[in-house]
Design a protein around this ligand. Sequence first.
Ligand code: FAD
Length: 389
Amino acid sequence: MTIPTADALPGPLTALTEDERLLRNSVREFAEAQIRPLVREMDEHAKIPRSLIDRLFDLGVMGVEIPDAFGGGGGTFFHSVLVVEELSRVDPSVGVLVDVQNTLVINAVLRWGSQELKARLLPALASKQVGAYALSEAGSGSDAFALTTRAREDGDSFVIDGRKLWITNGNEADFFIVFATVNPEAGYRGITAFIVERGMAGFSVGKKEDKLGIRASSTCELLLESCRVPKSAVLGEVGKGYKVAIETLNEGRIGIGAQMLGLAVGALEHTIKYTKERRQFGKSIADFQGVQFQIARAATDIEAARLLIYNAARLRDARQPFLTEAAMCKIFSSEVAERTASLAVNLYGGYGFVKDYPVEKLYRDAKIGQIYEGTSNLQLQTIAKNLMS
Ligand SMILES: Cc1cc2nc3c(=O)[nH]c(=O)nc-3n(C[C@H](O)[C@H](O)[C@H](O)COP(=O)(O)OP(=O)(O)OC[C@H]3O[C@@H](n4cnc5c(N)ncnc54)[C@H](O)[C@@H]3O)c2cc1C
């Protein structure tokens, strides 16, 4: 047996290439300078200002994987994951806006869009227009393919009727990937993905939800009332929308893992700083071993979450199977985010419970990680199914 030389060995998962490091640093700098000062106000007003979204476009993070030829960053999925992690370290609401744009919307258009759709949508998504991904309905969440939004063929169009619920970026989006069935009797084989554009007759954005956390991220109802779209608006093939949904969500949940990782990193950074400053019994509370051990455990959790996420993202970029790893990274990171934010509140004491300090918000923001893009039970179902089949 020949022992491989060091440069023939795979690199450590967390070692970043030059490109990755530069991207992470520039997003971190941006988040500190441009997002940090707005976090509290955005949470209170439940809104991300358009001027900040424009700056995200200027930074190049709204079209990470869009090829250069369409005006995007020509990056990898791992690049998107780094961006979402860094933005969420400062504000998980901005993190999810960018995450949905990249890991769901752009991902689906890149993979399933016709040449015509790509030529029309990708330059817009890279430069100024926000996308949203509309699968869920009031009666179908975990059982997503029980959706009832109906698309009827009519000449060279489809006419869509139905309501979508919980749609992230609903307020900001110009394009919506809307899932509807062309044949309810065919079950999941009737599901079809359509591009619906803001301003189309019969389409409107309804009520915005008033939420526990990620309050600045808009979550809206969509109403489709005899909304006519041309046949060229079908994303992928008629009856293959279930594949579009499953395959994008499989990847998207790695992005949610990254959102939760960023949140946990942010919460731990606040905690370390605060515990060094806060004095009780004549010394910093960070000097108590009981506190140090809690911080050490949180840092260990975060490292494990990061390894799961980076591995899932790098597997995806290497076109290797990643389904189980993606489900594991989402469930684990969302639990780590909740635990770390909870510890942060505990170690801030009474100050952790009030809005003048940042960790109360992160504690509220953490909860969503266990709900959207497949609840924790659904992730466990995926992991178990893959193990037992
Ligand atoms: C803030 C926010 C943003 C969102 N953004 C989007 C978006 O952009 N696009 C979109 O399409 N959707 C979005 N969603 C919807 C989200 O994906 C759903 O809420 C989620 O999939 C859960 O569906 P549900 O709410 O209907 O819960 P249900 O499916 O009713 O689940 C309720 C509970 O039952 C459990 N459960 C259900 N089935 C099983 C089972 N088979 N075995 C064990 N346990 C089970 C679940 O784990 C959960 O704990 C968003 C939701 C929120 C809250």
